[in-house]
Write a protein that binds this ligand. Structure first.
Ligand SMILES: Nc1nc2c(c(=O)[nH]1)N[C@H]1C(S)=C(S)[C@@H](COP(=O)(O)O)O[C@H]1N2
Ligand SMILES: [Mo]
Length: 438
């Protein structure tokens, strides 16, 4: 009989049940440590502050201290410890080891986010890896034979695929749980800019797995980064890694070596990273060095204590591991932007959904009383965003609230309130963008 891997939807529930009964194997971390991590997850710590030094990540995952270079942040040139590219303050807001893209800085960019404006989410520091020295090892009980190795040139010799896809952190927009809903969440206080869209080129993960001899008994595929090990609240989590079900791994996942037509920059995974279209950012492992193919279900911190939903609406062990991203919209405006009264404006922004292509976007310029359709500027595609615009004639001087609300082709519309979870993942509510008419 042919092995049929579980569908994407079945996968969630299946892994959760296996994890709860102890049937999934914890890869690279002691099972008791994992249980401590899960137990700690529902506790809400404070939102990591705007310029918090290197401790700002979900569940307080701090970088391993000895390896973090001490880059002092000068007031004029903000820097994040361990990010290589320049982070001009018009473009980025530094948050710990991470850099958020300011949405206003996307206003004159195209569909694709230039690499020098693309947000960076680093658990530790960007490693410098020479493509000539790099090897990808594929190994594990789900292969029919021994481990296989690929060089950079061998990967580039495989049939290339190109794919436009966003990478978005699961915690993107987390800060609005606090500022709009008055709810406590832990993790990096992103506004809406922990997302970027690029054109990725690389080899199909499916081709690599087949060449490596993936067996019919394989169930999980665990890519792991070559960056430093992560230590969170005294628990050694090991290197960044998160299992993917075989069904997704063999579907549309890319081992990318190019971003917008150029070799991957160091901060975005040079020489090779995973692109897992529509899924939470953490699935897109950067600086991938090895991939375990397993005949048994795997768990790692990134699909147990982290990247599940904990809180009043969820079971004590958390929801199933997160897979697809949710639905969001953002104006390409600075917070508190001001507009002259009586002068016509073209408001611009972007909307995206991990569930399906965006169908419509509506805009309100009066705090949500009246809504009208925005003009879509791009052909909506799955795994990408659409640019949109709407005219506005600002009236009397004073504060004003702009809202944008997307509906995707599954029929889902951004709600007024996002359902709370302790780590502030998957915020999907309409964001209130305050501006001033002057
Ligand atoms: N090896 C490795 N891969 C990683 C991470 C990391 O810290 N190390 N961060 C993940 C997270 S949480 C996100 S949101 C995305 C961010 O990708 P970017 O920095 O290219 O924008 O990379 C993911 N892949
Ligand atoms: Mo993320």
């Amino acid at each position: 009989m042919r092995y049929v891997p579980p569908s994407e939807a079945d996968y969630d529930g299946l892994r959760l049940r296996q994890w709860s009964r102890g049937a999934a194997r914890s890869a690279g971390i002691d099972r008791r440590d994992l249980l401590r991590l899960v137990a700690a997850a529902p506790a809400t710590g404070p939102l990591a502050g705007l310029a918090a030094p290197a401790h700002a990540s979900p569940a307080g995952a701090a970088p391993s201290a000895p390896s973090a270079p001490s880059a002092p942040s000068a007031p004029s040139a903000p820097s994040a410890p361990g990010i290589v590219k320049p982070l001009p303050s018009e473009v980025f807001t530094v948050r710990g080891t991470n850099a958020e893209t300011n949405f206003a800085a996307l206003r004159r960019t195209g569909l694709l986010t230039p690499a020098d404006r693309f947000f960076v989410r680093n658990h530790t520091v960007t490693p410098r890896i020479d493509a000539a020295d790099w090897r990808l090892t594929v190994w594990g009980s789900g292969l029919t034979g021994p481990a296989a190795e690929f060089t950079y040139d061998e990967l580039r010799a495989l049939p290339p695929v190109t794919r436009t896809a966003f990478v978005e952190c699961a915690g993107n927009a987390r800060s609005y749980y606090a500022t709009q809903q008055n709810q406590q969440v832990s993790g990096t206080a992103w506004t809406l800019g922990a997302i970027g869209t690029a054109r990725w080129r690389g080899a199909r993960l499916a081709d690599v797995l087949r060449l490596a001899g993936i067996g019919r008994n394989a169930v999980d595929v665990l890519p792991r980064g070559l960056d430093d090990e992560v230590v969170s609240d005294g628990i050694a989590l090991g290197r960044v890694r998160r299992p993917l079900p075989v069904s997704k791994a063999l579907d549309d996942v890319v081992l990318a070596y190019e971003m917008n037509g150029r070799p991957l920059p160091p901060d975005h995974g040079h020489p090779v990273r995973l692109i897992v279209p529509s899924w939470v950012g953490i699935a897109n492992i950067k600086w991938v060095g090895d991939i375990e193919v397993s005949a048994e279900p795997l768990v790692s911190p990134w699909n147990t204590g982290l990247y599940r939903l904990f809180g009043a609406g969820y079971p004590p062990e958390g929801s199933a591991p997160l897979t697809r991203q949710t639905l969001k919209s953002a104006f390409e405006l600075a917070p508190g932007a001001s507009f002259p009264a009586g002068r016509r404006q073209v408001l611009t922004g972007r909307s995206w959904s991990g569930g399906a292509p965006v169908r419509t976007v509506e805009v309100s310029t009066d705090g949500g009383v009246r809504w009208r359709r925005a003009r879509l500027r791009d052909e909506p595609r799955s795994g990408s965003w659409v640019r949109w615009s709407a005219d506005w004639l600002p009236g009397a001087p004073g504060p004003s609230v702009l809202l944008a609300r997307a509906t995707d082709r599954t029929g889902r519309t951004q709600p007024e309130i996002a359902v709370h979870n302790t780590q502030g993942y998957l915020f999907d509510a309409v964001v209130r963008h305050e501006v001033r008419v002057v």
